[in-house]
Design a protein around this ligand. Structure first.
Ligand code: PMP
Length: 348
């Protein structure tokens, strides 16, 4: 077991921080006259500050995720808790985080913004964790490890045994970014929060739930870790409209399971269609809502598709992603347009 000790891990200034006490965190009852927050009582609709801890929305999320409410943090997208974790646990100019390229870029950017060093251990050729190299890279100042599964941009799940091994051996926090897990939910670590006190799971409403525009992300962890995040966050970080809309989407008759299945079926079909093209060298297997595709000349193909009004992500610059494009699964019509354009390019 790791020597995990949350109290030692959190930054000294955060441990001793007296968080800002907002009006609505001091009192939040019903049927009272609110004259405490300098709101505008002459207006209605959105004149009141929102619930700082989003209790109603968390109740709805706790039910669908089968986790306790105290284990949930909600942020302005999951990008917010990425930054918050680094700010809460890493001393600027002293500590470091560990990331595994090619992976999601915000871990590194958030660390750099906070003047926190980034150590990198590339994934193996089959996009899995290089455990011996990782164990060697960890030092006394390594506070957070970011694992993305399914990984962006490669699309694959990270081996569960490797994740478990890191959870058991690393004495800092293991942040498991499951932004794309709804496309293969059986691999989620969400039900293992009680087993691993150093586990933080990130999920989002931006992908399978189709609410990227609302900006709603989730962090799941022990109540102790969640209370650190609550201490540091902006007082009213999720606005009232988002709290209402998301709770309605969750409890109402949503079609998430159906659209997720449609996207998975479309992914299979698109993968097959792409593999049939001579300009495509390889389509990597995916457990997400996108495909990583290796082509002859990614720059040329990217520019061609752009000229046809189809925008894909050129990931060639990333390690292990030579000549790779990342293509999001679209609607049936959008996927057809993509294949039509690629056929015209190949056989022109
Ligand atoms: N994690 C991963 C792996 C992502 O790909 C993204 C978005 N592309 C995010 C987190 C951030 O998502 P959001 O802030 O929309 O929740």
């Amino acid at each position: 077991m790791s020597n995990f000790n949350l109290d030692n891990l959190v930054r000294d200034n955060i441990r001793s921080l007296a968080p800002y006490a907002s009006a609505r965190s001091e009192y939040s009852g019903q049927d009272v006259i609110y004259l405490d927050a300098n709101e505008n009582s002459l207006c209605s609709l959105y004149n009141r500050y929102p619930d700082p801890l989003q209790q109603q929305l968390k109740t709805a999320i706790a039910a669908i995720k089968n986790v306790r409410k105290e284990c949930i943090y909600l942020g302005n997208g999951s990008d917010e808790p990425i930054d918050l974790l680094i700010r809460s646990f890493c001393n600027p100019g002293r500590d470091n985080i560990l990331v595994f390229p090619p992976t999601y870029g915000m871990y590194e950017v958030s660390a750099q913004i906070n003047d926190v060093a980034v150590k990198k251990v590339n994934l193996t050729a089959d996009f899995q964790l290089d455990l011996p190299a990782i164990m060697q890279a960890i030092d006394a100042q390594t506070k957070l490890i970011f694992i993305c599964s399914p990984n962006n941009p490669t699309g694959n799940l990270i081996d569960a045994g490797s994740i478990q091994q890191l959870l058991e051996q690393f004495s800092g926090l293991v942040v498991l970014d499951e932004a794309y897990i709804d496309f293969n939910a059986s691999y989620s670590f969400l039900q293992q929060l009680d087993t691993y006190p150093n586990l933080v799971i990130l999920q989002t409403f931006s992908k399978a739930w189709g609410m990227a525009g609302l900006r709603l992300g989730m962090a799941f962890a022990s109540p102790q870790i969640i209370s650190v995040l609550n201490k540091v966050k902006a007082p009213y970080n999720i606005n009232a409209a988002v709290q209402q809309l998301a709770a309605q989407m969750i409890t109402g008759n949503t079609t998430v399971a159906e659209t997720t299945q449609q996207l998975i079926a479309a992914r299979t079909a698109l993968s097959a269609a792409l593999q049939a093209l001579p300009s495509v060298k390889k389509v990597y297997p995916s457990d997400a809502n996108f495909l990583l595709v290796q082509v002859d000349d990614a720059n040329a193909l990217h520019a061609y598709l752009k000229s046809k009004g189809i925008i894909v992500r050129n990931r060639s610059g990333m390690v292990l992603c030579d000549n790779c494009l990342r293509i999001t699964i679209g609607t049936a019509g959008e996927n057809r347009s993509l294949i039509t354009a690629l056929n015209a390019y190949t056989y022109a």
